[in-house]
Design a protein around this ligand. Structure first.
Ligand SMILES: [Zn+2]
Length: 400
C-alpha cells in the first residue's frame, strides 16, 4: 500500500539534520508505504525509486497546503465523568484554583458505568484527532482505588499504547486522614496489580496532593514494576519536585510553571523533557512560564493539552500552540516542534513526531500554506486531513 502526497507548499519533517528546527522542505512530496514514511523531500528531486513507486501509488494532493507531523499529545486525563463548567465559571469570576476540585471528578467517575466512561473517552479522542492529534497519552487518576484504577487502565489500553498509572493524583476522600495509608495502598497493591498494564507511572507532587517523599515512593515502586516515571511538578507552587523528577530520571516533568535556574539546569542535565501545558494557565489564570528561560537553560520542551475536566478542558493542540506563542514566548517554530517532536521525546517515541524515512506515517494536511498559520490564525480550524499509519482518520473536505 503506497500513497504519494503531492502539492505540498511546505513540509515540516522535524529532521534533526535541518534545515532549521523544523527541517522544512518547500514544494515537497511525501511517499508513504505500508504505514511508514518511505521518502520525503522536494517534489522535483524525488529519487527514481520513489518516482517509480509513485506509478503504483494512490495519489493525494495537499492542495498547496502545509503538511506537518501529527500532534503528539503527551499529557491527558480522558477517563472521567461529570461536569465542572460551573467551577470554571466561578474561577473566571475570581475564585482561585486548588487541587481539591479533582475530588468532584473522582466521585462522578466512580459512579459512572464503564460504557459511559469509554464513550466519553472516544468522543474526546475523536475531537483530538479532528484537530490533528495522532498519538495520545492517557492517565488514570479519577478512580483512586485498586479496582477503579485498573478499570481505567483497561479502558485506556483499548485506545492507546501510551497508558499512565496516576493512582497518586490526589488522596481519595476515604483516606483524607491517612494519606500515608493511601500511598501504602498505591505502592503495595495498585502498582503491583497494574504491572504490565501501564507503560508509565505518574504522581501529582503538589500542595494538596502528594509530598516529594510520597511521590518518590510511588515512582520508584512503579519503576520496580516495569513502568517508566513521569511527574506532575511545580504547577501551583515552587518546590523540589522538578529536581526530584530529574533525580529519578523521569522522561518528562509536566507543568513546571514555577522553576528556578537550578531546577532547569538539573532537568537539562538529566535529559528530562519539560512538558508545558498552556491550557492550564489559560484556564486557571495562573502566570504563564516563559519558554525562553527553559530553552536558554538547554531544556527540551514539549507542549501538551492536559485535557481534563477541571483545569484545562481542551483537546486542541493548535489552541495550545497559539497560546504558547502568544503567552509563553515560544517562537512559532519552537511551538510546532514541541507539539510534535517534543511530545514524542516526552514519550520516548522515536517513531512519531517526525516525517523522515522510517517514521510512522502520522501527518496532517493543513488548509494553510505554512505551519505559522497555526498561531497566526488562532481559533480557526485549519486541519483539513489527518492520517495515522498512512490511513486517513479524519477529513474536512469542505475546508477551503
Ligand atoms: Zn495533568
Amino acid at each position: 500500500m503506497r500513497t504519494l502526497v503531492t502539492d505540498i507548499a511546505e513540509l515540516v519533517t522535524n529532521d534533526a539534520d535541518g534545515p532549521g528546527l523544523l527541517g522544512i522542505v518547500t514544494d515537497a512530496a511525501l511517499l508513504i508505504e505500508d504505514g511508514r514514511v518511505r521518502w520525503a523531500g522536494p517534489a522535483a528531486e524525488a529519487p527514481v525509486e520513489a518516482a517509480g513507486a509513485a506509478a503504483a501509488a494512490e495519489r493525494v494532493s495537499a492542495g498547496g497546503g502545509a503538511v506537518i507531523p501529527g500532534f503528539v499529545d503527551s499529557h491527558t486525563h480522558l477517563v472521567f465523568a461529570g461536569d465542572r463548567s460551573a467551577e470554571f465559571a466561578a474561577r473566571m469570576a475570581g475564585q482561585p484554583y486548588t487541587a481539591g476540585g479533582i475530588a468532584a471528578t473522582v466521585a462522578a467517575t466512580r459512579s459512572a458505568s464503564t460504557a459511559d466512561l469509554e464513550d466519553n473517552l472516544v468522543r474526546l479522542l475523536r475531537q483530538a484527532e479532528r484537530s490533528g492529534t495522532t498519538t495520545v497519552e492517557i492517565k488514570t487518576g479519577y478512580g483512586l482505588s485498586l479496582d477503579e484504577e485498573l478499570r481505567a487502565l483497561d479502558i485506556i489500553n483499548r485506545h492507546t499504547d501510551e497508558s499512565t498509572l496516576l493512582a497518586a493524583h490526589v488522596v481519595p476522600p476515604e483516606y483524607r486522614d491517612d494519606p500515608e495509608g493511601y500511598v501504602d495502598l498505591v505502592v503495595e497493591r495498585i502498582i503491583p496489580a497494574a504491572a504490565g498494564r501501564a507503560r508509565w507511572v505518574d504522581a501529582f507532587c503538589e500542595v494538596g496532593a502528594f509530598t516529594e517523599a510520597q511521590a518518590a515512593r510511588v515512582l520508584t515502586a512503579g519503576r520496580e514494576h516495569g513502568m517508566m516515571p513521569r511527574l506532575h511538578a511545580n504547577q501551583l507552587t515552587a518546590s523540589g519536585a522538578l529536581q526530584l523528577a530529574a533525580r529519578l530520571g523521569c522522561a518528562s516533568a509536566d507543568h513546571a510553571t514555577f522553576a528556578t535556574e537550578a531546577d532547569l539546569a538539573a532537568l537539562a542535565a538529566a535529559g528530562t523533557v519539560v512538558t508545558l501545558l498552556p491550557g492550564v494557565e489559560f484556564s486557571t489564570r495562573q502566570p504563564y512560564p516563559d519558554a525562553r528561560r527553559y530553552l536558554a537553560a538547554g531544556v527540551i520542551l514539549a507542549l501538551a493539552t492536559d485535557c481534563n475536566p477541571g483545569s484545562s478542558f481542551t483537546s486542541s493542540m493548535p489552541f495550545c500552540i497559539a497560546v504558547a506563542v502568544r503567552d509563553m514566548h515560544f517562537t512559532v517554530e519552537q511551538a510546532v516542534w514541541s507539539a510534535t517532536a517534543g511530545g514524542a521525546a516526552a514519550l520516548r517515541r522515536p517513531d512519531v513526531g517526525r516525517l523522515t524515512a522510517g517514521a510512522r506515517a502520522d501527518f496532517v494536511i493543513l488548509a494553510a500554506p505554512s505551519h505559522r498559520y497555526l498561531a497566526y490564525r488562532p481559533g480557526v480550524d485549519l486541519v483539513r486531513r489527518v492520517y495515522r499509519d498512512g490511513r486517513l482518520i479524519s477529513a474536512r473536505e469542505d475546508c477551503p
